[in-house]
Design a protein around this ligand. Structure first.
Ligand code: UT7
Length: 332
């Protein structure tokens, strides 16, 4: 049986640090509220003259390739997860392919928000298992800062998001590797966390940009309470689903890397599973919620800090817009 394994992991975050105090100059919020409700102390926002989804993804890729001892030319397919692409179309996968100077390899974009990286990894896993590709670049990259309402009206959402990118290279392996992935969605809740425009759902007579008088529909809308309540249930459920599918228990987990949505959500899951604190990896304090970027950025930092070792069992789980939620178990 052919499996896939992660050969290298890397990340990139923009240089510009935005603290809670910086945000409190733009809106009615404060450091204490943000830390107490989210755990976030600072996040990175892009420099719009320098950073794009594609070039942040390229920087994360170079780190992953170096750690995997591979060259750019070794990559034979790209799967890029983002809900904040550089253009409405084409997707940022092709822009990354161009940025890397790769000539004509395929590039697939995945739009599953906070669960995007696990959806992307699972998709790449299938291509490796069938023998179609040998070195797949899997990326989660996001620029949320430009879609946030950075005024008091948007404070419930604006304080949690940040920008950044993470990348892994997936390769065939004789032994796992990725043990399994579990992907879910429930579109009944699509409008609880979404950006409406530029969408194609408007009636024909409202389609022209100059006819849209209320531009708040171009910003992130989130019903935070509702998302939170679903997240804590689904995170636990999908982690247990992964463990059960592999006849494992929570005691077998060496490191849980949850999507960095809110420190309170991560801590709740850790406590519900009864995992010791050192088996949970969090970096939301420094980067906020970087949507599809959050899991690979966290994985890259954890690996860099020596918290992921060969043969460790790594559990990843995510929940977000859609709603979508997902988990994946990896024997490193
Ligand atoms: O990654 C995708 C998935 N996303 C998530 O998982 C996010 C899930 N949701 C959350 O993390 C939380 O719901 C938030 C952090 C977004 C909000 O925290 P909360 O504890 O649910 O706060 P709330 O929305 O219930 O608001 C509580 C109070 C309100 O004031 P009143 O009505 O009690 O007087 C808000 O107006 O806090 C107020 N508030 C703020 N105050 C200061 C909301 N945002 C802010 C703010 N600064 N930034």
């Amino acid at each position: 049986m052919r499996y896939s394994k992660i050969a290298g992991v890397g990340h990139y975050v923009p240089e510009r640090v935005v603290t809670n105090d910086d945000l409190s100059k733009l809106m009615d919020t404060n450091n204490e509220w943000i830390i107490e409700r989210t755990g976030i102390r600072e996040r990175r926002f892009i420099d719009s003259k320098k950073d794009t989804v594609a070039n942040m993804a390229a920087k994360a890729t170079h780190m992953a390739l170096e750690r995997a001892n591979l060259k750019v030319e070794d990559i034979d397919f790209i799967v890029l997860a983002t809900i904040t692409p550089d253009y409405f179309f084409p997707g940022s996968g092709v822009l990354l392919q161009r940025e890397l100077g790769l000539e004509s390899i395929g590039a697939l974009d995945i739009r599953n928000a906070c669960s995007g990286f696990i959806y992307a990894l699972s998709t790449a896993d299938q291509f490796i298992k069938t023998g179609m590709y040998k070195n797949i670049l899997v990326i989660g990259a996001e620029i949320q800062s430009t879609a946030l309402d950075l005024t008091t009206r948007g404070r419930g959402t604006a304080v949690i998001f940040g920008d950044g990118a993470g990348a892994v290279v997936l390769q065939p392996s004789e032994k796992p590797g990725i043990l399994s992935s579990h992907l879910h969605s429930d579109g009944r809740y699509a409008e609880e966390l979404y950006v409406k425009d530029p969408g194609s759902s408007r009636p024909h007579e409202e389609r022209q940009p100059e006819q849209i008088l209320d531009t708040s529909t171009f910003k992130v809308h989130m019903n935070g309470n509702m998302v939170f309540k679903h997240a804590v249930v689904r995170f636990h459920e999908v982690i247990m689903e992964a463990l059960d599918a592999n006849n494992l228990t929570k005691d077998d987990i060496d490191l849980l890397i949850p999507h960095q949505a809110n420190l309170r959500i991560s801590n709740y899951i850790q406590q519900k599973l009864g995992l010791p604190e050192e088996k949970l990896y969090n970096n939301i304090m420094r980067y906020g919620n970087t949507t599809a970027g959050s899991i690979p950025i966290a994985m890259s930092e954890a690996w860099g800090e020596g918290k992921i070792k060969d043969d460790d069992l790594i559990c990843m789980a995510a929940f977000g817009s859609g709603f979508t939620w997902a988990s994946s178990l990896i024997k490193w």
